[in-house]
Design a binder for this molecule. Structure first.
Ligand SMILES: OC[C@H]1O[C@H](O[C@H]2O[C@H](CO)[C@@H](O)[C@H](O)[C@H]2O)[C@H](O)[C@@H](O)[C@@H]1O
Length: 625
């Protein structure tokens, strides 16, 4: 990585990043006005701005008042415009107030990142610094001027900068100094396209901003969420939509790779892929708010991705449904504040995670219950998945936490195998779909008995992480949610209380204790922060067992951990009060939506609705247990 003579700033705190995106990719922008992460042309492409995982020399695009740019000064205020992904960053300076409006308009040709500098009051000297580094900071492009614009090319990538402002090159960086007065606006449009193709027409900045706002307002007009915490829920829904890949209907786990789960640690993973688990959770949150189109698109995506031998079902796929996502390291990047390795691709793709069968069957059943028309091909796929599950439900697996240690008999995995069969039986009965409901029901009941026998420790009155384990697992909080046992069952109450005692740190929840059962269950060095999705699950569970005041208090606490524009990463460091892990993370935003619903007295949308979903509900009928 080449050094420039000017200071090379490190990445900002994770919670300083806001996201803008065009449903094919997303940019992360810091409070200093710096685009520190952008993969083009899609979420999982190589980044052309990778400062987030190294420092500014790995590529970034800064637009800020000159004074702030020299000192790393952060903006005074930031906000999204309404329910959109149009971001406004504002600096109040001694010379006046200036605003940068950032967005990525819905794509028509190339990918555009639009930055509009607006003078609000006074006259403010501004600084632009553009450092493009293709292939995750690795490649310095060839920069030339053409048609009055700047053109950067290297290998398959071409990027243009279109602006009326005069630019100059210094130390392999494009710089501009200009002044913006009250009422003036100065546009910058960055356009990416494959280098072998003709340059697409650059977006008109002002029209792009209004068009992007309109796109999001139209989308949000379909929102049917009528519970409490409207602002937080709507922002979460917009973020989840921003993590969908429009061309295929695939849904990402997060917009980044390798933001660490432990400061300076090695638990750094690539989340720019479609986990069946994470995407079904996202889908449930979107469905619960009335967004049926996303469910339709995702079902189509799943049918294509999972087509073929059910034994070859993967737990995650690429955005387009491709199966090979080999995990590699990018050794030239120093990592986020030294957290290495930086990884692209994810070896967990090769794992067996039995919960995925339950999540897929549950989501497809929910989609039918919510109004999506029955699709016979989708039902054929579900039957094939069930055939496979019948022969493999008792195999040890890697669990939803994707442990890299030995496979084990994880309790949550077995419960989700139960859920898969339960949803199959319900589908036959409620939707007249063909299938051996009696055989499925018998196996479902057998799994239920086995879990209650081997996965529950009567001495401690709690379910355990795996059969015979001394450890706990926050995923056990989901047992009532999928309808396995009702909230009022003493074993559920005992499990919720055990999680509160053993997995809580400063009121937030760990997935599991990395030192439990000899300390090698997840097979990874180091520890990690509190897991935000699990903390939301705990708030749900507290409400479920009737401790509603504590549930609300925890939920409000979790809301307060969102950054200034409403985003959550994967984990939280209770010692430093900082976000940890990839961001924004769908799991966390889904937790927010579901908990707001549940605390607002709305049922959580899984297809077990009506059995064990309501706090204090009476014992459910067959299948709900
Ligand atoms: O901690 C080990 C594992 O961490 C990642 O997985 C986590 O994120 C996934 C995406 O959000 C989620 O589906 C999973 O439940 C989480 O455990 C990582 O992707 C794995 O490779 C890693 O083994």
């Amino acid at each position: 990585m080449e050094e420039v003579t000017a200071a090379v700033p490190p990445p900002a705190p994770i919670e300083d990043y806001a996201m803008v995106g065009d449903l094919l990719t997303a940019a992360l922008i810091s409070k200093e006005g710096s685009v520190d992460w952008l993969c083009l042309p899609r979420f999982d492409s190589a980044a052309c701005f990778a400062a987030l995982l190294h420092d500014a020399s790995a590529g970034r695009w800064l637009l800020a008042p000159a004074r702030a740019a020299a000192t790393g000064g952060r903006a005074t205020a930031r906000r999204y415009r309404g329910d959109s992904l149009v971001l406004e960053t504002e600096w109040h300076t001694p010379d006046g107030t200036v605003r940068v409006v950032d967005c990525m308009p819905p794509r028509t040709g190339g990918a555009d990142l639009v930055r509009l500098v607006e003078g609000v009051t006074g006259r403010v000297d501004m600084r632009m610094e553009l450092r493009l580094r293709f292939d995750y900071g690795h490649i310095v492009p060839w920069v030339t001027r053409s048609d009055g614009d700047l053109r950067a090319v290297a290998g398959p990538d071409a990027v243009w900068l279109h602006t009326p402002v005069e630019t100059r090159g210094e130390h392999l960086t494009t710089l501009a100094d200009f002044t913006v007065g009250a009422g003036q606006s100065v546009p910058f449009v960055l356009t990416h396209h494959p280098s072998h193709l003709r340059r697409p027409e650059p977006a008109d900045a002002e029209r792009a901003v209004t068009g992007t706002e309109r796109f999001w307002a139209d989308w949000m007009s379909g929102c049917r969420y009528d519970g409490g915490w409207q602002g937080a829920v709507r922002r979460a829904l917009v973020t989840l939509k921003g993590l969908t890949y429009a061309p295929t209907g695939g849904i990402l786990a997060a917009a980044t790779t390798s933001l660490p789960e432990q400061p300076g640690g090695t638990r750094n993973w690539d989340y720019r892929h479609c986990w069946l688990r994470d995407s079904t959770f996202t889908l449930q949150a979107l469905l619960s708010a009335g967004f049926l189109d996303e469910a339709r698109a995702w079902r189509e995506w799943l049918l294509r991705a999972a087509a073929g031998d059910p034994a070859q079902l993967r737990i995650m796929y690429a955005l387009d449904g491709a199966r090979r996502i080999p995990e590699t390291e990018l050794p030239w990047l120093a990592g986020y504040h030294g957290a290495r390795p930086v990884r692209a691709g994810n070896a967990a793709a090769d794992q067996l995670q039995l919960d995925v069968w339950g999540e897929v069957l549950d989501s497809l059943h929910l989609a039918r219950e919510t109004g999506l028309a029955v699709d016979t091909t989708a039902w054929d796929l579900q039957r094939m998945l069930l055939d496979y599950l019948q022969d493999h439900w008792d195999d040890p697996d890697n669990s939803l936490w994707e442990v890299r240690g030995d496979r084990r008999q994880f309790v949550h995995s077995k419960v989700l195998a139960w859920a898969a069969l339960d949803r199959a039986v319900r589908s036959v009965h409620r939707h007249n779909l063909p299938g051996p409901a009696g055989r499925w029901a018998a196996l479902r009941d057998r799994i239920h008995r086995e879990v209650c026998d081997k996965g529950y420790d009567p001495r401690r009155n709690t379910f355990t992480q795996f059969y015979g384990s001394r450890g706990l697992d926050a995923a056990l909080l989901l047992l009532p949610r999928v309808g396995f046992l009702p909230w009022h069952d003493p074993r559920i109450r005992g499990t919720v209380e055990a999680v509160g005692r053993e997995l809580c740190e400063d009121g937030l929840v760990l997935r599991y204790r990395t030192d439990a059962d000899g300390g090698d269950v997840d097979g990874l060095p180091g520890t990690e922060g509190a897991f935000l999705a699990c903390s939301f699950w705990y708030a749900n569970a507290l409400h479920g067992i009737g401790r509603t005041d504590e549930a609300r208090e925890l939920f409000e606490h979790l809301l307060a951990l969102r950054n200034d524009v409403g985003l959550l990463s994967e984990e939280y460091d209770v010692r430093t009060g900082r976000h940890l892990g990839n961001t924004p993370q769908a799991f966390s935003m889904v937790g927010l939506v579901n908990t707001a619903r549940f605390l607002s007295g709305r049922p959580i949308e899984t297809s077990a609705r009506g059995t064990a979903q309501t706090p204090g509900s009476p014992p459910p009928g067959p299948g709900g247990r």
